[in-house]
Design a protein around this ligand. Structure first.
Ligand SMILES: *Cc1c(COP(=O)(O)O)cnc(C)c1O
Length: 495
């Protein structure tokens, strides 16, 4: 059986169920598997399987303390008609010559790729609680740059024995994202805007997790904390499934041959999505290069090019707000794997990041990092990409996907590499309706909600169900709080 332990070397080796319940390790490290399992079914045989069948295989191999029935229950409860696309993650091919394959990960309830994992996490967590005879209620703490919050709220709303608490940056999310969160229904949902950015929210949440006394006090009230951020391994592993699925799908429809290497481009913030792609490669999916696309907050671009991670820089609020992040948590997991699972080394990097806001990785890690290409697109390039793809291909992308597309184009120009490429498309264009409308040259509207209407009138791309009539829903969460008070609000939310 696989065991899970901290990237920073501390604490015990535990099973997947316990790691999912805990969310983050006691030494603030992230849980990683003792090894990344090799796919037990060869790629040729995966071609033709449904999303659910592939998810069962992938998730079952990582969470091998769950029974087959338990995994089946989780997978089929999560990936059902909640998704607006029967394939769950359909692929759009754009461009006749050197086509790109856009993997649409946003057909879940909240119209962003976070649904891919957050529709299953509540089932994985409640199953884990049963397996471990957990008697406490689980309180999910979540920092969000806009999309995780809503997807977590939607996933956990009214799930028995759970509470869900979300912190989002007051000024750092789109109008649609904010409205989705503050109108959330469900007796166990708690949503707070913070005066700060995403990194402040994420650091605040991590500090609450690391506060042993607070955990003890909460336990006396009957609560344990867990996380719905991609620091939770229960978030990350379900995301591996769609990379395996998309590869199998391209083989099935004859776009690639089994065994042929592909590139994978991912619009990146917290590094969870692209790390899932790396895990898929380690499982056996043939990958040539990972293209890591950033917006103006290009800390990862600089890191991949220099080996120096430097978070001491200006923070930009951009038109791809879900990637406005300077501390990419999941990079820690990649470094752990690239270091040959050296917890002490990772602990030293993270200590340096805490104290000096930066660290430099070893030459050994730098060498292995070469399978990643890093690039970025500023806001103008992002809008240009939306306009170009819409004009040339009649295909509408959101701003995050456009960042990825733009960096992918730069990569091809720079390297001449013609390897077939999957581009992860992470949100519906309607979530960022204002920016997308500007990208395709529509007139100025008064609010995001008017943009949704005019964008539909122009493009006839269907509006996701969950985004319709958002502006007419009752606002249920009104608190705006200081970062320093996050802990108090957690305490008061848990009765
Ligand atoms: C969260 C998010 C990202 C970034 O994904 P990471 O896993 O944090 O790197 C990109 N695009 C959208 C729309 C998102 O919601």
């Amino acid at each position: 059986m696989l065991t899970y332990s901290s990237t920073r070397g501390g604490g015990d080796k535990i099973n997947a169920a316990k790691a999912i319940i805990k969310g983050i390790a006691e030494d603030k490290g992230l849980f990683v598997p003792s090894e990344i399992p090799k796919l037990k079914v060869p790629v040729e045989e995966l071609a033709g399987k449904t999303y659910q069948e592939i998810a069962e295989i992938v998730i079952g191999q990582f969470f091998d303390d769950f029974t087959e029935e338990e995994i089946k229950h989780c997978v089929y409860s999560a990936y059902d008609s909640k998704f607006a696309a029967e394939e769950i993650a359909p692929i759009a091919k754009i461009g006749a010559e050197d086509p790109a394959y856009i993997l649409e990960l946003y057909h879940g309830k909240t119209a962003a790729f976070k649904d891919m994992a957050l529709s299953i996490l509540p089932y994985l967590l409640t199953t884990a609680m049963k397996k471990e005879n957990e008697t406490a209620q689980i309180a999910i703490l979540t920092a969000t740059s806009g999309d995780t919050g809503k997807a977590a709220l939607e996933g956990f709303a009214d799930v028995p024995n759970t509470q869900i608490i979300v912190f989002f940056p007051e000024e750092g999310v789109s109008e649609v994202q904010k409205r989705q969160m503050i109108t959330q229904e469900g007796e166990n949902t708690h949503v707070f805007a913070i005066r700060g950015n995403f990194d402040d929210a994420q650091t605040g949440v991590k500090n609450i997790f690391a506060d042993g006394d607070f955990a003890q006090d909460l336990l006396e009230k009957g609560y344990k904390l867990s996380s719905a951020n991609s620091i939770n391994i229960g978030r990350l592993v379900p995301q591996v499934a769609y990379y395996v699925y998309s590869y199998a799908k391209l083989v099935e429809v004859g776009e690639i041959k089994a065994g042929e290497k592909i590139n994978i481009t991912v619009p990146t913030g917290n590094f969870g999505n692209i790390l899932a792609a790396y895990y898929a490669m380690e499982m056996g999916i043939p990958v040539n290069r990972f293209i890591c696309a950033s917006n103006e907050n290009k800390v990862l671009t600089d890191f991949i090019n220099s080996g120096i991670y430097n978070a001491e820089r200006e923070f930009h609020i951009t038109n791809s707000p879900s990637m406005d992040i300077l501390i990419s948590s999941n990079l820690e997991r990649l470094l752990y794997h690239l270091s040959g699972m050296n917890g002490d080394e990772i602990k030293a990097y993270m200590k340096s990041l805490d104290r000096e806001k930066k660290y430099e990785v070893s030459g050994e890690i730098m060498k292995k990092l070469q399978c990643f290409f890093g690039g970025f697109a500023d806001q103008n390039k992002t809008l240009t990409a939306i306009g170009e793809v819409y004009d040339n291909n009649g295909y509408l992308m959101d701003t995050h996907t456009a960042v990825a597309y733009s960096v992918y184009k730069d990569y091809v120009r720079e390297t001449g590499d013609k390897t077939k490429t999957i581009i992860a498309s992470t949100a519906s264009p309607y979530k960022f309706a204002a920016a997308v409308s500007h990208g395709i040259g529509l007139d100025i509207e008064i609010s995001d909600f008017h943009y949704v209407e005019s964008l539909y009138d122009e493009t006839k791309v269907p509006v996701p169900e969950g985004l319709k009539d958002l502006d007419k829903k009752e606002i249920r969460h009104k608190d705006i709080i200081e970062v320093s008070r996050m802990k108090d609000y957690v305490w008061n939310s848990l009765k």
